[in-house]
Design a protein around this ligand. Structure first.
Ligand SMILES: *Cc1c(COP(=O)(O)O)cnc(C)c1O
Length: 384
């Protein structure tokens, strides 16, 4: 099954199958890439200051230092103008991200990296299915990694993979992968429960009931969470972190990826409706020049009172996303443990205080409901 799935991924991304490597989670793929690039104690890896904590974690697990660069307000990606100042003699890798499904300025970053002889990685965990400069996201860096976690472009419950363009790094990744540990029987079983729930019970109409059930099962440890407590509370590598993918993930991935194009169309269509409405009311919206490359895993919206906005949305049964409620989501305390100083990254810090994500993978009726909700609460939405 793995073989069939990696072949399908390779076909979709127009790469060779030998470049595709499956893992238990996307973060594990990142860890393998960094290791293959020789990242070790004393090295620095540059990342955007608006990401998921598992990204700096993978760097810290290798004894290296994450170095953050603030983001642009318009696209939530690294501000290239601030990149050069972050590069030091210890920098080894620059990581770019396609936040919410949008790649921007990748070529500029790659050009800077080439000049300095640094490696580049694209975090495509939001952007599988999107494009940048005519090619699939992830095509321009030495390597890219992807996630198929519950909320990502397509899902295997949890899961991830890398695609390695640099052939030297690819052979190193192959050698490193020999050290992967197999997921335990219990882990695979609980993932199976989660996937079954999703397949058979999770439809738009019973989303809220399913969410309650999911939360209940999580509390009883009957589903595998996407992050363990220790990944959010500290910077030590969890035991058996370097985990291989299970056959089950490949099986679900194969089916889900086959349906992705339809989902992508739906996301884009929904996003266009949001843009139109927000623009008409002079509220913040995703700029039209970014729309072409945007795969809209999420539609970012800035609001004035986020807690209130979430409360009202839940009452209206609209499922908002919360990426990111922290510059290193979802960590809310002791950010200095991850080497993060909020004062230095005002744009990302502000975004983490007032951004919400509108759902995009929804049918026309559900989209209308969101549009009505937005119109009813324009006073809570930040002006354009
Ligand atoms: C989800 C996510 C990851 C990690 O993916 P997993 O498969 O959950 O390990 C990495 N980076 C970003 C920006 C993410 O949102």
């Amino acid at each position: 099954m793995n073989n069939k799935y990696t072949s399908q991924i390779a076909g979709y991304l127009d790469v060779d199958q030998s470049q595709v490597h499956l893992y238990w989670k996307g973060r594990v793929a990142l860890y393998a890439l960094l290791q293959a690039m020789g990242v070790e104690k004393g090295d620095e890896v540059i990342i955007p200051a608006f990401t998921c904590v598992v990204v700096p974690n993978a760097i810290l697990y290798l004894g290296a230092k994450p170095v953050y660069v603030d983001i642009n307000v318009s696209d939530y990606n690294m501000d290239v103008a601030q990149l050069e100042a972050a590069i030091t003699d210890n920098t080894k890798v620059i990581l770019v991200q396609n936040t919410y499904g949008l790649s921007t300025h990748v070529k500029e970053v790659v050009a800077i990296a080439k000049e300095r002889k640094l490696y580049t990685i694209e975090d495509c965990t939001h952007g599988f299915g999107g494009t940048y400069d005519g090619k699939p996201n992830g095509s321009y860096c030495d390597a890219a990694f992807y996630s198929t976690q519950w909320n990502k472009p397509y899902s295997t419950g949890i899961g991830g993979f890398s695609v390695v363009a640099n052939s030297l790094i690819n052979s190193k990744v192959e050698a490193i992968n020999l050290k992967l540990v197999e997921p335990s029987f219990k882990e695979v079983m609980s993932l199976r429960v989660q996937l079954m729930l999703k397949r058979y019970f999770l439809t738009e109409s019973n989303y809220w009931k399913a969410l309650k059930l999911y939360r209940y099962l999580s509390s009883k440890n009957l589903v595998v969470g996407s992050s363990s407590g220790e990944e959010i509370s500290g910077i030590d590598m969890p035991e058996n972190f370097f985990k291989a993918s299970a056959n089950l993930q490949a099986r679900f991935g194969y089916g889900a990826l086959a349906k992705l194009d339809g989902v992508l169309k739906k996301r884009k269509l929904t996003a266009e409706k949001y843009t139109q409405l927000l623009k008409n009311h002079s509220k913040n919206f995703v700029k039209p020049d970014l729309m072409k490359n945007h795969s809209f895993l999420k539609y970012p919206l800035r609001v004035n009172d986020r807690d209130k906005f979430f409360e009202l949305a839940e009452l209206a049964q609209i499922s908002l996303g919360d990426w990111f409620t922290s510059p290193i989501h979802p960590v809310r305390e002791n950010l200095e443990l991850w080497g993060f100083d909020s004062n230095k990254f005002p744009v990302a810090t502000q975004a983490a205080e007032d951004v919400v994500n509108l759902p995009t993978d929804i049918d026309e009726r559900a989209a209308s409901k969101v549009l009505v909700f937005l119109e009813n609460h324009l006073n809570l939405i930040v002006d354009a």
